[in-house]
Every structure is written in C-alpha cells, then in structure tokens.
Write a protein that binds this ligand. Sequence first.
Ligand code: SF4
Length: 452
Amino acid sequence: MQFKMSYSGDSRFASLLENPSFSIVLELPVADENATIKELLKFAAESQSIFATALLDGSDAAPDKSQLDFAEEAISVTAKPVISYISGRGRNEDDVRSILNKLRTLGLRDFVAVTGDWQKGTSSYMDSIDIMRAIVDTGEDNCVGGVVNPFKYLHEDQFFQYCKLIAKTNAGAHFIVAQAGWDMKKYQELIWFLRSREILVPVMARICVIDTVDEGLLSKGLHPGVFVPLHIAAAAQRSGADAARFTSEQAYTAAFLAAGCRLMGYNGIQISGIHTPGELEAFQNKLDEILEKYQSFEAWATAWNDTYKDMAFVPVMSNLGGKLPFYLYGSLMEPEIQSFDARAAKSSEETIPSPSLADRMRYYFLARQDTPEWIRKSAKWMARCKYTDEQLEGLMGLEPELCPKGLLKMPCGNSSPGGICECGENPCVFQRIARLALKNGLVSKLEGDRQQ
Ligand code: SF4
C-alpha cells in the first residue's frame, strides 16, 4: 500500500523513504537528562527498526542545549539520518537560512518546516511554506517535509489544513508528517484525501505515547493542536501509584494505532513520548505482536473498533458549538473498505457557510483584484487601512492583526479541534478566509497559485 517515490536529492532519509517497508523515526525527548537521551540514542543505533531520529525545534523545555548540539550528538551516536524541524517562531528568512547552513555543515539534509507554537511576546512568525521554500533553495540535496493536522472537526478549519497540504506539496515537500491524534477515522481520512487527489507523497504519522509526567493534559492538551481524548487525559491524572501500568497501556494503544497506520498505507511513524530504551523496546515488541496478529486492514479495524468502541477519540466536543464533528467521508473505518474508492467513500455533502456581508464587502473593496484600482485606493483611504495590497490580498481584505502570529497566507494548524485560535478564544481567522475563497472560486489559488 505504501507509495514508492524517487527524489532528485541523494539524502539518506529520502532513499530510506523509498523503501516500501514501514519506517520508524524516533522523536528525541529533548527535555530529558542528557544521560537518558544518550542511552536512548545508543539503543536506536542498534535497533534495526529505527531508521532515523527527529529533533523538534524551539523547545521551551530544553533551553540549555541547542538544536545543533542535539543534532551533533544524534549523528555521532546513531550514524543514522537526523530529521531537524525548523520553526518559524521569532525568525525571519535570514535567521532560517543561517540555522539551515549550520545544520548542513553538520551533514544534515533532512528537514521539516513548521510555523511554530505560540509564545507570549513573540509576534513574528515565518510561515512553514516560506521556510520550506528556503530549505529547497538552500540545497538541492535537501529533503524537506511538511506537517498537516488532520484532527480538525469543523469543515472550514479542516478545509484550510488540506489546502495547505496541497500548497506544501506544490512548494516542494518530499514527505508529509501527520500531526498526532487518536482518531483513526482522521488518520484514514488523510490517506483517502491524498489518494483522491492523486498526491503521491510519502506520509508519516506522528504518534504520541502519553505518560503521567505530561501535565495539563485535561486543560491544555499535549501540545498546541494536539488534543488528548478526555478518557486518556483523565486516566493519566488518576494513575498515581499505577503509573507504570498506565504507561504500558498507552504504549499498547500507540502500537495498535501505529499498526493501523501501516495497514492504511502510511509509510512510517514518528514516535514521540518515549524516554528510555526499555520503553522503546516494549513499543517495538507490541507493534510486532499486533502486526503479526492482525495481518489485514479488515482484521485490524474490526479489532480496533471492538477494543475502543466505548471510548470517544474525538476531543473537546463542546468547541464545535453543537455541530457534529466533520469528516470528509462517511465510510471511514469500515473494516471492509481499506483503500479509497470514490463510490464507496461517501463524500460529505456538508457545505462551508457563506461569508458575512461585512467580510464580502471588505474583500470587494480592499482585496479583489478586478475591483477598479481607484475604488480600492479610495476604500483603503476611507478605512484608514495601513496594509499593503499584498497583505490584504493574502487575507482577502481582512485585517492582518486578526491572526496573533501575523500569518498572511495560511493558518498555523494549531487551532483547537473545534477551530478556536491557539492564542485566544476567537475562531481562527482563516475560517473566514476559507468562506471567502469558496464564495469567490479561489480555492486553487489557496492550494498553490498564491504560493508561487
Ligand atoms: S488565527 Fe489561526 S493561524 Fe493565526 S495563530 Fe490563531 S490558530 Fe494560528
């Protein structure tokens, strides 16, 4: 089921992704003690199943050690590819090129571009697509990935995630990493969406093993944009003396989930939340056992549906304002339907609401390209609008400060499952832009034209 790809570059990660076997990337727990990380790296070096390590960027939890230090250590201990995340938080293009050059000097060629999580006091963020372009530009042999968050349950919020995914592939993404979640329907929805659009890009699923040291799971989720199902978060808080048992159960769920991803057609996983060699070995063993036991999607999906039928994996339903959670297809996780089939998939007929009159007027007077220029100029003057035409075009006439990260082209992906902005209580502004784009037939522009 996995796609085979060919790349112009010669990075080891790219050539490993061509391998049809399922690949496991170990995400390093950079907040842990150095000695613990070293043990984990030594184990990863020996393990046949681990084919690369991943190093997140911009971690508040590891302020003492730079990404370069971690990267150097990971390369020297494992001699395997290191995938470095490059975040746009607080950075401009020069900053990104500078860190890229340093990482390349160490021999790194594999990168993932992310816009970055919200940090109080930081107002400038470089969009992940712009970072991706800079990576492609910095070296032809670079292998660059992008992240997509399929765990969105409001149609207009999800719409933009998939638009951005296509824009990333148009901008040169060699592979995609799906943000972590527990809802298997959403994992399958992403694969089906890619097949329906004939996008042949390798996809990895980021999978989190929850342990009881993860704080604030109930209130804040695991990371921005990663929401832990209520029953798992509540169990983590209750686990107390039974912490070891809880962690073991979570590793089993993660392995079960990873097996499903493999059978759905994912090319690999990025496993996060592993702290010790023992945990990694236990996870690998569980994954092998599950794959041995359930050798077809049908067998696995039947078992998953039976095992977790009483548990809700769709988080924070109250954010949806009474709406049913949105799925692009109606027959997800039906054991007898493994691959995308346009007739069997039952595409959703739910439409995205129309934009408000005020938004339509702003678009017409301030951003629409076929509005006579004198009208746009007069409207800008009357509205005391200080923004450039380019900024206004990107946001379809809406005010740039409506996005706290100042993003002008595409959303960051960290909104809540119900579409609330990562940094406040308002809906993500890009939902309004999605409505305008659909109303004005500009979807293909969102998917690529505007990024050229
Ligand atoms: S408005 Fe949307 S894109 Fe901007 S920070 Fe909030 S969630 Fe991210």
